[in-house]
Design a protein around this ligand. Structure first.
Ligand code: NAI
Length: 269
């Protein structure tokens, strides 16, 4: 522990259960001295175990549907009241595709589903940023992070419309990052994480093959949720103040590997 987040306040979206990337991040932020409010969609909280995490980290929970501007306004106002001031960090760790859930192939997308998934997975990041920006809720040198996946750059057929949602999400980090940087000295980035065994991750068809392939392709092996939590802590800390508007690959080297020896061996007769 390095006390990297001592005195810092924030909001963590998306802790559903102990596998969630947001869950691991909340634990690490707590260990580093950060204080935060936990939030998730009201429906997820009925199913989830978020209360255990809140107790463990001495945090309060404020339900918010990240697609609903009134919920987000309430969340940001209450979080500042509870934490006693403006915020230093925000984690957006939210994703859901109705087409994926219903096993609808990409080529047969139902556009009502597409819009819902886009709203939850991509536009919600703009909504979160807008509410933070308009309320002047972030301290200078604060840090906003969202989680993404490399299907935004390269095609992974079973990632379905989440690939398009992630491309949009990453673009918001650049676009809002400009205004947040200029006007508020706040940084906005996305972390492009390895496949990770969580509820959202396992929703992807053929996930076991997907995660094993990525592991075999990555010189350092897949980054785990715990690794992602550590990386996020570094982005929330004062050690990365000039990093903004970036999509940061956190994937054990996968994104820059053409092929690995392990994968070649499988095709060698
Ligand atoms: P998870 O299933 O634990 O977390 C997803 C969260 O989104 C859940 O807590 C869920 O309740 C929340 N959510 C869904 N709809 C919401 C709404 N309307 N309002 C507020 N919250 C809502 O799964 P995981 O993997 O921890 O996902 C976190 C983020 O990491 C997502 O953006 C995901 O796409 C991303 N990611 C995951 C990877 C993986 O392989 N698991 C790889 C790369 C990125």
């Amino acid at each position: 522990m390095y006390n990297l987040l001592k005195g810092k306040r924030g909001i963590i979206f998306g802790a559903l259960d102990e596998n969630s990337i947001a869950w691991k991040t909340a634990e690490r932020v707590h260990e580093e001295g950060g204080k935060f409010v936990l939030t998730n969609a009201p429906v997820a909280m009925r199913m989830g175990q978020i209360k255990n995490l809140a107790e463990k980290t001495g945090s309060e929970i404020i339900p918010a549907d990240a697609t609903n501007m009134d919920d987000l306004q309430n969340l940001v106002t209450k979080a500042m009241e509870i934490l006693g001031g403006k915020l230093d960090f925000v984690l957006h760790s939210i994703g859901m595709s109705v087409n994926v859930r219903k096993n609808i192939p990409y080529t047969e997308s139902n556009y009502v589903n597409t819009e819902k998934g886009w709203d939850v997975s991509a536009l919600s990041f703009h909504k979160v940023c807008q509410v933070l920006y308009k309320n002047d809720a972030m301290n200078e040198w604060g840090s906003i992070v969202a989680l993404t996946y490399m299907a935004a750059q390269r095609t992974f057929p079973d990632y379905n419309d989440m690939a398009d949602n992630k491309a949009y999400l990453e673009s918001i980090a650049r676009s809002f990052g400009y205004f947040f940087g200029k006007d508020k000295k706040v940084r906005v980035n996305t972390i492009s994480q390895s496949p990770t065994a969580t509820t959202a991750g396992q929703g992807v068809k053929g996930f076991d093959g997907f995660i094993a392939y990525a592991d075999a392709m990555s010189p350092l092996g897949n980054a785990t949720a715990q690794d992602c939590a550590n990386y996020t802590v570094s982005l929330f800390s004062d050690l990365t103040r000039k990093v903004t508007m970036q999509n940061l690959f956190h994937d054990g080297g996968f994104s820059n590997t053409g092929v690995s020896n392990e994968v070649i061996e499988r095709f060698t007769k």
